[in-house]
Design a protein around this ligand. Structure first.
Ligand SMILES: [Zn+2]
Length: 540
């Protein structure tokens, strides 16, 4: 059979072993017809397009297995003020002011995203006072980088009809001072419920933002994502499935999207989505729910108190009770859904594993489902083994480990941090591991994440000796977690995740050989050519 395209390279990494091969890949329509070092003559015809990439590294397409695609697209669009680099409340105000100058409609929301007070010189949470002074009329909605906290002004509260008498929602609260006045900070579900009301765009606006973001990620070799519900509140998954579907029908969806709406008692939305989307490029693969918060605000649920405990029982909080979670998970599994649970603290991880263990006893092992725990920041040794025994995949984000390692040390203490983001231990014990970024919480760039996992340093090279370097893994192991590992989450390793004969032709050709270059060079890697289903979706 003749090929449509032949890719030639001296460095093809199939994903199967650690070595690269010199040879070629023959592609017919959307599949790999041949890959190897033998002569490609029999695949060549006059119509065959030859893509000779010399010594450039060819890899399977990268799959970010945990992110929030719509929010990432919005933040990439320039419609939101990015505050990731700020060092103070005042600096945020200055950046927001610049945006406000451009906006004439005083009713319109101004959105900001990315502040993180624990990285500020003064680590206190900001308040509405500073926003009110700068923006007395314009409603402001300013989210922290982990998306768990919102900072708002009085005009914003007014627009959302939130007053000091508004009751706190389940799983969150409006911060109040001693007089009961709103301070301007919304925690967890309180802020999350507001997001869906503020981030409103027309279908056309949404399509444009998504298309632009897809182009960006294609330039980084990404060919697939898992889009997880952003918020547990109703209507808050922020998965615009109808827009994705429209782009698919217009043949403009140049990424495979695997969707995980929120797991709630009423399964109408997941059921409808599962019925409607079972395409190769757009499918509903399971459901997602939150079990705890984040370590930095002491909302991640631990088995023992935080090392810098603010009170005697400072162990964090579950966002829903174990009984509620148990009922939800059992209901989902009974209805053939793979379940992904946000678990950051070791206490939440243990309880989630208890629930999966009970489910296995009740329903038996089901090879058609792949349950995952998300984030798993600190874990007990015994639970690493349980992940393996219960076939629960560890869905990890290496970039999270480098947001604030010093803060984590203070929160968790020297003993526990040895088992934080323990990628090496997962692989040694045979635990399934996938990588992602949780974008927009961390930058979508997969090469920064691989760098984080391999050298356990921030991208500025600190800490010099690496943070908990005993948990480092090799570049090949990290890339495997980002390709084959990520396709385990949606159970598509039969057709994707490695470059093999008969598999779908999703791949990237990189400008940097990340296996042979020194790690610092890896960070700026981009794709020269990205292919999905045998189609070139990006070319430099
Ligand atoms: Zn997330």
């Amino acid at each position: 059979m003749k090929a449509d395209k032949l890719i030639l390279s001296e460095a093809i990494w199939t994903g199967l072993g650690n070595e690269t091969i010199s040879g070629g890949i023959a592609i017919k329509q959307n599949k790999i017809l041949y890959i190897g070092s033998e002569s490609l003559d029999e695949y060549k015809s006059e119509q065959t397009e030859i893509l000779d990439y010399k010594d450039h590294l060819v890899i399977p397409g990268i799959h970010d297995s945990h992110l929030h695609f719509f929010m990432s697209s919005v933040l990439n669009s320039g419609k939101v003020v990015l505050l990731y680099e700020t060092k103070s409340e005042e600096e945020c105000i200055e950046l927001l002011k610049k945006e406000a100058e451009k906006i004439t409609n005083k009713e319109q929301w101004i959105m900001g995203f990315g502040w993180y007070n624990l990285l500020w010189d003064n680590q206190e949470l900001p308040s509405k006072a500073s926003l009110d002074e700068a923006f007395p009329d314009q409603p402001m909605f300013v989210q922290s980088s982990d998306a768990h906290t919102v900072w708002m002004n009085s005009a914003g509260f007014k627009k959302l009809n939130i007053t000091k008498d508004t009751p706190d929602p389940v799983g969150g609260h409006y911060s109040r001072d001693e007089q009961g006045e709103l301070t301007g900070i919304l925690h967890e579900t309180a802020g999350m419920s507001a997001v869906a009301q503020v981030y409103k765009f027309s279908e056309d606006e949404s399509s444009e933002m998504i298309k632009t973001f897809i182009k960006h990620i294609n330039s980084l070799g990404i060919t697939a994502v898992s889009d997880l519900s952003m918020m547990a509140v109703p209507g808050g998954d922020l998965i615009p499935d109808h827009v994705y579907h429209k782009l698919l029908k217009q043949q403009e969806l140049n990424v495979r999207i695997h969707m995980y709406p929120t797991l709630v008692k009423d399964m109408t939305r997941p059921d409808t989505m599962r019925k409607n989307y079972q395409f190769s490029k757009l499918q509903t693969c399971g459901v997602k729910q939150f079990f705890d918060g984040v370590s930095s605000t002491h909302t991640a649920f631990l088995s023992e108190p935080y090392s810098n405990a603010k009170s005697k029982d400072d162990v964090g909080t579950l966002t829903i009770s174990k009984e509620e979670m148990r009922d939800l998970v059992l209901q989902a599994i009974e209805n053939d859904y793979s379940v992904r649970i946000h678990t950051i603290g070791d206490g939440a991880i243990s309880m989630a594993l208890d629930i999966f263990e009970e489910a296995e006893k009740k329903f038996g092992k089901n090879p058609h489902l792949q349950h995952c725990l998300e984030h798993l920041e600190n874990i007990q040794e015994k639970d690493i083994q349980r992940l393996k025994d219960l076939n629960i995949l560890a869905s990890c984000q290496p970039a999270h480990s480098m947001i604030d390692p010093e803060g984590i040390e203070a929160d968790l203490g020297q003993d526990r941090i040895r088992l934080m983001w323990p990628f090496r231990d997962y692989l040694s014990k045979g635990v399934k591991l996938s990588f992602g970024t949780d974008s927009p919480v961390s930058d979508i760039n997969p090469f920064e994440s691989i760098y984080n996992a391999v050298v356990r340093k921030r991208i500025d090279g600190t800490p010099e000796t690496g943070w908990q370097p005993q948990q480092s893994i090799s570049v090949q192991e990290a890339l495997r977690a980002y390709t084959w590992g990520s396709y385990q989450t949606c159970q598509r390793t039969e057709e994707l995740g490695t470059l093999e004969i008969g598999k779908l032709a999703d791949l990237a050709i990189l400008d940097t050989n990340i296996f042979t270059e020194r790690p610092e060079k890896m960070i700026r890697t981009t794709s020269l050519l990205t292919m999905i289903d045998g189609d070139i979706v990006y070319k430099k």
